[in-house]
Structures are given as structure tokens and as C-alpha cells.
Design a protein around this ligand. Structure first.
Ligand SMILES: Cc1ncc(COP(=O)(O)O)c(C=O)c1O
Length: 374
């Protein structure tokens, strides 16, 4: 069952009995520039600090992140990747959780693990998986939600912006208006901005430091992807007030952020050049890949917002065909509301992207003879 896999390439190779050789992994959306050299240096210099427990209040880390993102450190908690923030915050959320599909699958997993009732809204392909937020409000009104249990809120809605895997992005002003409309309906909004650092005009899209008061909004951010540290992982969660943060901290484990992730996170304010280079680099490379894909028969590309590209193809088993050629891509078949034929590729280095283009050209040539399916 190939489709059951996310970015687990080793498992996939084993299952398909493909002898591992050099595989270029386009299935995980990690910064192609790799981790900043400042991180490597700091880790090497402070290797011995692993022998001590990190400061469990993560005071300096929170202070530095708060300065970097221009938010209050008193409303910010740090986690072992954004995934831990998602799973932990779920305990504090109302009984009903709403999510728009397709989206990051951990929201549903976390909700189920906390015995929540999950309501899915399947987004429409005809609208390129982008729902008008006013339509979404109408749909929510039709649900006729009621308060249940201890919560003030009737439900919490997860919105991944930009969305994984579709790449759909909403502007800051759209989200601000939407959040206000949800507040009037006693609905909490959990924004996952884990890919926001990749966005060039972040200030036009992120609500991280919105001037508007958003008492119903909780914001989750992963630093894992942008700073290319999936082996360390670092996440953060921003609450509308300090009391919510304190409740969260009470149920969060102690020392969940490891020493190296903490050391790296403390440096993010010094990485302006790396951030700029990342955005310029991936935009240029993304354009090349999109141009290539758009020209191919049997492929529909959805407008990407960040460092990954979502597309649909009529080519059967593209994942396996490319894997045999040393390229791993992400099948999106196991995302809710998607079927086979949807894929996501990360934007990688120029050389690697070129290799993907060449291998895909071969697959397409084998597939389509004289412009028809072979
Ligand atoms: C939208 C989204 N949020 C959160 C995460 C988890 O991030 P982390 O690795 O920091 O736990 C992912 C990872 O794929 C993601 O795609």
C-alpha cells in the first residue's frame, strides 16, 4: 500500500523492494539551502551543554523568538516541533474541531487522540481547493453549533496558511476579518503558519503580530522547515493572552525542546541574510519547476505560495515510476478529500530540480506517445 506513506522514503523503498541507491527526496518540504552555518557552529561550540538539562522555562529562547517575530514573550511557548504544539493544545480546545480538507493530517490525528468530534469540510477542486471565507462562514452557520462542556467556545477551526499540501494562502486582512466573524460566533481559530517564513511578503499574510485584537486566535509556527532542522525540530505557539499560555504550559512536558534546538532557536534573529537568500532562491527555482510542469501533458499545477508545489496528473503510479529513477515525491492520496493522482513536490537545489525535470521528462515520454497515452 504505497499511498499510506508520507515522507517515509526508507519504508517505501523497502516495501517496494527497490534497492536503495541515491534518492533525491522531494517529499519533505525542507529549506533546500540546508541548516544555517551559524547553527552548525553554535552546536559544535556548545556540544558539552548536552550534559546539562536545558532551562525548562526557555526564557532566552522565548525572548529571542518574541523579538524576532515582534510578539510578547509572555504569550509564547516553545515546543518540540509544531506537531507537539498541535497535539498539546488540542486538550484545551472545545469538543468540536473543524478542519478544511485536504490539510496537514496531524490535526485530525491529534483531535481523535483527544476524543474530539471532528467535522470536515471537503474543499472543492473546481475552486482550486480555495474556499471563499464568507462561504465558509455560511457553512459554519448551517452547522448550528452549540456550546458543550466547560468551554466558552462552540468549536475550534484549524486553518493552515499557507496550506499543506495545496499551497493555498489567505492574506492577513482576509484572516483578520474571518477571525472577527468567528469570534462573534464563539469559534476559536487555530492558525498554523508553519510555512509562513518562506513567504516573501510575510507582513501581508501572517497574523502573527496583527495590530487587531484577536482573542479567539491561537497561532502555531514550525521553525523546523525553514531552518532545515527536522532532526532537531522546534515549534512555537502564540496565545491571545498570558493565562492561556500558562494553562498550556501546565500540560506541556518539561524540557521538550532539546538543547541543540534551543541553541539554534536563540539565533534566528541573526539570520536575516539566510532568510532573504532562502526566499529569493526558492522563488527562482519554484518558477522553473512550475514552468516545466505547466507545459507537460496530463498535469494540472496549482498556484504555489511557498516552497512546495501541488499538482494532479493522469499518469498512473508516478511516485513509483520516479522512485525507480531515484526521485522521491509525495503522493497526496492519503490526504482526506484527495484521490490518487495528486502529488506534492518540494523545491530543492537547482541541480536536484534539474534532475527531477529530466526524470519526469523520461517518464512522460514513456507515457505519452505522439501526445497520447502510451
Ligand atoms: C502544516 C504543518 N504544520 C506543522 C508541521 C509539523 O512541524 P514540526 O516538524 O516542526 O513538528 C508540519 C510538518 O510537516 C506541517 O506541514
Amino acid at each position: 500500500m504505497v499511498q499510506a506513506h508520507g515522507g517515509n522514503i526508507d519504508q517505501l523503498l523497502e516495501e517496494l523492494q527497490i534497492t536503495p541507491r541515491e534518492i533525491v527526496d522531494f517529499s519533505a518540504n525542507i529549506n533546500p539551502l540546508g541548516m544555517p552555518t551559524e547553527f552548525k557552529q553554535a552546536i559544535l561550540e556548545q556540544m558539552d551543554s548536552v550534559e546539562r538539562y536545558p532551562d525548562y522555562s526557555y526564557k532566552l529562547l522565548r525572548k529571542r523568538l518574541a523579538t524576532h517575530y515582534q510578539i510578547s514573550e509572555n504569550c509564547l511557548s516553545v515546543t518540540n516541533g509544531a506537531e507537539e504544539a498541535i497535539r498539546t493544545v488540542m486538550t484545551l480546545l472545545p469538543e468540536t474541531i473543524i478542519m478544511l480538507q485536504p490539510t496537514f493530517s496531524e490535526y485530525e490525528k491529534a483531535a481523535i487522540s483527544r476524543n474530539k468530534t471532528v467535522i470536515h469540510l471537503d474543499l472543492s477542486e473546481a475552486q482550486n481547493f480555495r474556499v471563499q471565507l464568507d462561504d465558509l462562514l455560511q457553512w459554519i452557520d448551517a452547522l448550528d453549533l452549540k456550546v458543550s462542556g466547560q468551554s466558552y467556545f462552540k468549536a475550534a477551526l484549524f486553518l493552515c496558511n499557507p496550506n499543506n499540501p495545496t499551497g493555498v494562502i489567505y492574506t492577513k486582512s482576509e484572516i483578520e476579518a474571518f477571525a472577527e466573524a468567528l469570534a462573534q460566533r464563539q469559534i476559536a481559530l487555530i492558525m498554523d503558519e508553519s510555512f509562513m517564513d518562506f513567504v516573501s511578503q510575510r507582513e501581508s499574510y501572517s497574523v502573527m503580530n496583527s495590530e487587531k485584537k484577536m482573542p479567539n486566535v491561537i497561532l502555531i509556527q514550525s521553525l523546523t522547515k525553514f531552518y532545515a532542522i527536522p532532526g532537531l525540530r522546534l515549534g512555537m505557539i502564540v496565545f491571545p493572552d498570558e493565562s492561556f499560555k500558562l494553562k498550556f504550559d501546565r500540560i506541556l512536558g518539561t524540557w521538550t525542546v532539546n538543547t541543540f534546538a534551543m541553541i539554534c532557536g536563540q539565533l534566528v534573529g541573526q539570520l536575516g541574510a539566510y532568510s532573504l537568500e532562502t526566499r529569493e532562491y526558492y522563488l527562482q527555482e519554484q518558477a522553473k519547476l512550475v514552468e516545466f510542469l505547466r507545459k507537460q501533458p496530463g498535469i494540472k499545477v496549482y498556484q504555489p505560495a511557498v516552497n512546495f508545489i501541488f499538482f494532479y496528473t493522469t499518469i498512473n503510479n508516478l511516485l513509483i515510476k520516479l522512485l525507480h529513477k531515484g526521485i522521491a515525491i509525495r503522493s497526496c492520496e492519503n490526504f482526506k478529500a484527495l484521490e490518487s493522482g495528486y502529488y506534492r513536490i518540494a523545491v530543492r537545489t537547482s541541480e536536484e530540480n534539474q534532475r527531477l525535470i529530466e526524470r519526469m521528462t523520461e517518464v512522460i515520454a514513456e507515457e505519452f506517445v505522439d501526445g497520447k497515452m502510451g
